[in-house]
Design a protein around this ligand. Sequence first.
Ligand code: F0G
Length: 425
Amino acid sequence: MNHSLQCAKCGESYPVFDQRYRCNCGGTLDVVHDHSALSLTTEILDARRNSNDPIDRSGVWRFRELILPLSDAELRKAVVTRGEGNTHLYDAPTMATSIGVAQVHLKHEGENPTGSFKDRGMTAGITMARHFGMKQGACASTGNTSASMASYAARCGMGAVVFIPEGNIAYGKLSQALAYGAKTIQINGDFDDAMALVQDLCGSEGIYLLNSVNPFRIEGQKAIGFEIMQDLNWNPPDWIVLPGGNLGNNTAIAKGLQEIHALGLIERLPRIAVVQAAGANPLYRAWTQDRDVEPITAATIATAIKIGAPVSWRKSVRGLRALDGVVTEVNDNEIMDAKALVDASGIGAEPASCATLAGLKRLVHEGVIDRDARVVGVLTGHLLKDPDVVVGYHTGSLDGIDTHRANAPVQAPADVDAIREILRQ
Ligand code: F0G
């Protein structure tokens, strides 16, 4: 089989198992699969969903021929899985009505083992690290990647080093990195500083880099798109909407969908909409001004996507073009309003995830997304990742945020009559 790594910038090819994250020209790399001998059908993939084989039961490894260029035996030897994926695709009619669009489904990636979509890329990244015999992995993170890496590394006894921006990471995520035993280095800088440092250090220290600049991470994340298609009986929606930070996830979903489209597993491609926070919008600026991405200093309440120099922007733009995509931006008030709605619907998600709904609302109001569209929104992280923001919102203590939908706790004496009075109000 003739798999390879290919530069997204200059097109240069390398052997697929070359341990490199970038081309000699500095561009990021893609895994190019040789699918010439592949005969995969939707029936095979649907049958695996009912199998008891742990590899089949993972919502990533069910699609294994499309993920890593490893043989079945190599994969089974190296794989580190927590049964990731298999997240719910919720029908969200109240959200559809409130936004004014025909159908909204929400793919809740917060239901992954460590509470975010990162587990899909991480099972692939850590499996590759084991295949390569690496003893230590590292990543820079706004929180979710580090939580996921710490967990998957711990599962196979691999060392984990995480670089996080001090004071800019939600406590749920920091707790996970510490609890799973990762060496946690708080950088006196932002995510973009941490990202630059980790790329440097991994090269010089022989540590495996597990950010989404690692092309195998992207391969695992493609499974979000595959699973959405499978959830919908291989009948693609009109749109997939998701938040964008480092821009690995939209890159992955677009790449995967193009691949299964070429294989005939889906008949047409959905369109894709990437939503950025207005204070962390380098892709939005570049897209609307038709130019390359230039780094900015990021600021948003949605710390997961507080990123000013996205690593995967070139691949992201390529995927957007291939799927006739769009990019939009939403401010922190819009994000928190949308979050209050998602939370109160009983589903709940962290702030960055809710940029999805805020962006969908904007795109429908602008007429970019038709009112009769079938839309899948991706919720990328669990509500409990960032409890401080939730309590802050409902108690009205978040700076600069209007709390239209606050559900503040009621103070009461420990007295039955007083409480009865409160309940009857
Ligand atoms: N939503 C959540 C909850 C995230 O944690 C991230 C990224 C994104 C959206 C954006 O995805 O980077 O692929 O465009 N979090 C990274 C991290 C950066 O370190 O956990 P992206």
